[in-house]
Design a protein around this ligand. Sequence first.
Ligand SMILES: [Zn+2]
Length: 201
Amino acid sequence: MKSYSPVLQDLIEAFKQLPGIGIKSAQRIVFYLLKENDNKAQFLADSIQKSFQSIKECDQCRMYTEEQTCGICTDNNRDSGIICVIETPADLIAIENTMEFKGKYFVLMGRLSPIDGIGPEELKIDLLINVLQQSNVREVILAVSPTVEGEATVAYIASLVESENIKSSRIAYGVPMGGELEYVDSNTLIQALNNRNTIDG
Ligand SMILES: [Zn+2]
């Protein structure tokens, strides 16, 4: 590491902190930006600075937005009676990209994990309950990952939703489209069997 100048070292270290970026990738990005003169580097620096100044969490669903309330929450064409609870903004984008879901969202920004100090407060469950009480919500869909923490999160939120006399459901887990049964792990196969659907027609 001695061959880097101090500023170069800091810049490479900064990129190395990003997910999926190791030392080699960080070095490649930094050398690319420097070689391309300051236009791209300046644009990147400006974009990062601007986004940190303007992007915050939506006051209804916690999705990142420059507004107080995001475009999805303020869209009157969407059904505010159905709230889909997800863990991350990336999950919201993934569901939006299917173009199937026309309800609204709530982003937990994580899942319950007492070991990491993540409890109901960090997930802003109070805000979710507020939204449920203020809008005429009929159903809460829990689209949380089927991990140990995810299951705990689902159980916790489902009991609160139930106490508000609102139906809660969770997304089905099972065999991926185009997947071969023999390669599916037992737990997923059990879930798929339990969540089987009647064939229409
Ligand atoms: Zn929102």
